[in-house]
Structure formats: structure tokens, C-alpha cells
Design a protein around this ligand. Sequence first.
Ligand SMILES: Nc1nc2c(c(=O)[nH]1)N[C@H]1C(S)=C(S)[C@@H](COP(=O)(O)OP(=O)(O)OC[C@H]3O[C@@H](n4cnc5c(N)ncnc54)[C@H](O)[C@@H]3O)O[C@H]1N2
Ligand code: MOO
Length: 411
Amino acid sequence: MQAAAGVLGFDEALAKVLEHAATVPRPQSETLALLACADRVLAEAILADRDQPPFDRSTRDGFALRAADITTPLKVVGQIRAGEQWQGGALEHGTAVEIMTGAPIPLAYDAVVMIEHIERDKDSIRLTAGRTIRSGENIVPQGSEAKAGQSVLPVGTVIEGAEIALAAACGRSELQVFRRPRVAIVATGDELVTLNATPGPQQIRNSNSYGLAALVARAGGEPVQLPIAPDRRAELERTIRSARDSDLILLSGGVSMGKYDLVEEVLEGLGAEFFFTGVKMQPGKPLVFGRLPATDEFPTQFFFGLPGNPISTQVTFHCFVEPMLRRMSGAAVQGPRFVQATLVEDVAGRADLMRLLPAWWTADRVRPEVRLVGWQGSGDLAANARANCYAVLPPERERFAAGDVITVLLR
Ligand SMILES: Nc1nc2c(c(=O)[nH]1)N[C@H]1C(S)=C(S)[C@@H](COP(=O)(O)OP(=O)(O)OC[C@H]3O[C@@H](n4cnc5c(N)ncnc54)[C@H](O)[C@@H]3O)O[C@H]1N2
Ligand code: MOO
């Protein structure tokens, strides 16, 4: 049964989700060991604990010197390795010091000449003909990357390798990160059986709960798989009530036109507000997005009723659930990851809806290309696993030709 709310175009539906995502308050925080912070979101700004670099640093193996001195041969009076400091006393005009990449520049000098750009004769060096050197060349000045006390990473940053390396450079072995939102996953359908059961000939394994759990974890949430809810009002309602202690509910199945598609009816009975009950897209048309009201026990709670067809479930997750979840995990509001690629074959679009078809995207540097993988429709998990993206074919255009640059949804 359909609840009272509209079917929206893709962009309108996405805007609706992002608008509600922006109202979600940031979660509580917790402190974790640095490496346990991967894929989490920063709940504190990371400050540089000292100047970066902490000294004027040589970026090349070569010779430190005064740039203005190199018009004549210079005398090499010593060397400085990374981790050392020049201890050799005053450095007169006409001198140079051999220096390694990463070593501190002596105060008296203002440039480093690469070893490849000099000619050496015993203790004397001179610039190879045709080479020049300017003051400051091959030196990164102290504090030029960050000054001590300066924020180098703001609250809300998703932590990956780059951020972990920077936090480590700032001496941080622990970070304050946001708690992961708990996401209840409820698969509905009388035909579904659990993974450890042997399915009867007409039964279907509940693959959606597993696919969703993996996607939730990757998007920064903590998946909570609830038992399969059969297509009976009372049991469905009981399962949804048992999910009220989570931050978000994802239901799969039971949102289309069938006699036993009860999800919206049961949510409506619980006082749900619906923001949309369908999106002009394929797969994923019956997608439902709404919010349950606060009760004495629980605050308001967003839910998505995802279409049961497994590819519809996954595509709608990437487009709509992931942006909401990223926000709930404390990150800035951001939409799905779209890139562009050249289509290598002709493909049919649909006038009335946006198609998102399983496809293979070659991440080529010069000319990324995309081709459809071929599928049997929105239940085809094997085709979905042969794909690495979805080719996006916007409405109001019935043909897309080989050579057209189109949008691709990454996953
Ligand atoms: N008369 C119409 N029929 C259908 C329409 C329509 O507009 N008019 N829409 C179709 C579209 S599009 C989709 S998508 C499906 C979505 O239906 P439901 O969300 O109600 O999903 P179910 O009917 O429960 O299941 C559909 C399909 O997916 C399989 N499924 C369901 N849950 C799981 C799970 N947890 N793991 C694996 N597979 C699952 C289920 O067995 C069905 O084969 O409706 C179309 N019909
Ligand atoms: O959208 Mo249904 O999602 O086409 O199978």
C-alpha cells in the first residue's frame, strides 16, 4: 500500500535527503588509538604540535651554500646528515657544506644545489655550466607547512591514510572521533531465509541484510542486523519497534504495489512522516524516505524503505542512504560520488526516469571509459558484482551514443 507522499525526480529526492541530513546533530565522541580511527570522522581539530617542518629543511641531496657566493668555486667544509645539526662553527663566505635530503640548513646559508648540478674537484665545488641557483631554492622554510598551534585538520574530516599520517606527524597516538551511528537493518519478506538455513525451492536467501551491513560499515555506521520480518503487520511492527533504539532504520522489501507490501502501512500506523514514497529512477523506483515521531522513550528517527530487489537496494543505498549516514557519522553533508566517463556503446535511456545501470568504469588517466555489464534486471546480483559503478542515464533522453561523455556513480 502507498502512503500519502509523492514520487520525486532524482535530483529533488536527493535534495530532500541532503536537506534533512543537514539537520542531524553531530554524535557523541570517543577516544580511539590512531590506527583504529581509519574511516571514522574527527571530533576534534588536529593542531600542529610544532612548526612543520620544524627547521629549514633541505629537499635535495647536494650542497648548502649562499646563493650569491657560487659565482666562484666554493670550499666544502663538512657535511650534515638528516637528523644532525651543523656543529662546525662559523661558515665563512666562499664555503659550502654537503647536505642530505631532510637535513636542517645551517643559518648562514640560503640555498641547496643538487649534487647532479655541481662539479667537484677534491674539496672544491662549482656550478655546472648553464645551471643557476636562487636564494631559497631546494629549502622548505620552517613552519611553512604549518605553524605550531595551527589547525591542520578540522572537525568533521573523514580519516584515511593521509589524515593518519598527518596526525602521526603531530605526535597524536590517539584521536577523538565521533561514535558510529547504529543502523538497524530489517529485511522483510515471507520468502526470505537466513544464511545458515537450507532454502526451500521457492525461498530466497536474505542477501540484502549482508550487503547492507557491509555498505553501512564502509559508510561509517555500525550495522545491527535484526531478524527477518515476515509480511504480517503485527510482526513487522514489532520488529520496527525493536529498531527504535538505533539512529537510523533501513528496511528492505515490501515497499512496492503488492498485496503484501506492508512497510509503508505499518510505518504510517506508527505515525511516520513521509518525505517521498518513490523516486523517478530505475532501479530503485519504490524507495521511501521518512521519519518516525519522537516517543516517551526515543527521539525522532529517520528511516529508508529500500526496494527489495537486491540491485535496487544497493543503488538506492549509494545515492541516498550513504550521504545521510556520512552526516550521521559526523562528516560534512555531501552527495554521492559522481564522475564522468566516455560511453563506449549506444545505450537506451528512458524519458520518464533516470537509469543507473551496472557498468564497468576504466579509471584511465587520460580518457576514462564506461561500458554496461549487461544484466537481467534489478535482481541480478551476479551482474552487479561484475560491475564497479553505475552508468547514469538522465531522463528526457532516449538514446545515449558511443562517444558521449556521461556521469558515472562510483561505489
Ligand atoms: N505492479 C508493480 N509491481 C512492481 C513495481 C511496480 O511499480 N508495480 N515495482 C517493481 C520494482 S521497481 C521493484 S524494485 C520491486 C520492489 O518491491 P518491494 O520493495 O516491495 O520488494 P519485494 O516485493 O519484497 O521483493 C522484490 C524482490 O526482491 C527480493 N528480495 C526482497 N528482499 C530480499 C532480501 N532481503 N534479500 C534478497 N532478495 C530479496 C524478493 O524475493 C523479490 O524477488 O517491486 C516491483 N514490482
Ligand atoms: O526499481 Mo525496481 O528497483 O526496477 O527493480
